[in-house]
Ligand binder design. Structure first.
Ligand SMILES: N[C@H](CCC[C@H](N)C(=O)O)C(=O)O
Length: 261
């Protein structure tokens, strides 16, 4: 079977996208998703998204980690699928779509070489704060730890140890390490389901910004990631309720093609 695909990246978090409005790909085909994401035997990506039809919405986003499993919400993936929908001509400068964690609004600015996407994320509650870590669900589960500096910091080993500890081994969690810099914060992330450090993690920088907001009393952060700059804005209602959460940053089409599977 020949499959047409598009490759996008959002601050280095990279994805295979497929226009699945004709339901050519079964979302249960874990082996196919894993193969398409494989960095040697496939196209190579941190994750894969199917763009599908959905009554009452411009489209449905279905997200899969590179291990082939259908996953929780992907913030960078959400930004990239909005850019994909714009390039397909499905939307213009704004959209409302449905994803695994519910409805998302997004705004689109075409910058030529990339698309600037502002993505509204879900409200956040049930925030855990103990010792020097926070834990919350921003569409995906995130453990956030503050560190002095990212210089020579081993995100992979430190992140993997937390992700596979007694508490998280079964369900998994994403793990973010946050340091403060002159322009805001720097974040590195070990991602569940990729089982590696990714160049950035959208739901992760949201969790990191909210955690930093508790520490610094701010509601907007510029975030340096390995893959580039992101911005997060939110409103802190109280210690357990964060609303009006926006993840803002570039989404870029890298290439498109067809693959025989
Ligand atoms: N791997 C994550 C989902 C993707 C999160 C990340 N790519 C993002 O941009 O939010 C998980 O299984 O929880």
């Amino acid at each position: 079977m020949q499959i047409e695909f598009w490759k996008y990246q959002g601050t280095g978090n990279d994805f295979v996208l497929i226009d699945n409005r004709n339901n050519i790909i079964s979302p249960d085909n874990k082996e196919l998703v894993e193969k398409l994401c494989h960095r040697r035997f496939g196209i190579g990506a941190d994750g894969l998204m199917l763009l599908e039809n959905a009554d009452g919405y411009d489209f449905r986003m279905r997200y899969f980690n590179s291990d082939g499993g259908e996953a929780s919400m992907c913030g960078n993936g959400g930004r990239c699928i909005v850019a994909f929908a714009y390039h397909l001509g499905i939307i213009k400068d704004k959209t409302v779509f449905i994803a695994v964690d519910g409805e998302h609004e997004a705004l689109v600015e075409d910058k030529g070489s990339y698309i600037q996407v502002s993505l509204k994320m879900i409200d956040v509650s049930g925030i855990e704060h103990e010792d020097q870590h926070y834990y919350m669900d921003t569409g995906s589960p995130h453990y956030v730890e503050f560190i002095e500096s990212h210089e020579n910091f081993d995100t992979y080993s430190k992140g993997k140890a937390i992700r596979y500890n007694d508490r998280f081994a079964k369900e998994g969690t994403n793990v973010n390490f946050v340091s403060f810099n002159d322009s805001g914060i720097q974040v590195s992330t070990y991602e569940r389901g990729v089982e590696n450090e990714t160049y950035s993690c959208g739901t992760g920088v949201v969790a990191s910004a909210i955690s930093s907001g508790f520490e610094k009393g701010k509601e907007q952060f510029n975030i340096q990631t390995k893959g580039g700059l992101l911005e997060v804005r939110f409103e802190k209602i109280d210690a357990q309720n964060i609303k009006n959460v926006w993840l803002i940053g570039p989404a870029t089409k890298v290439f498109s093609g067809t693959i025989n599977v």
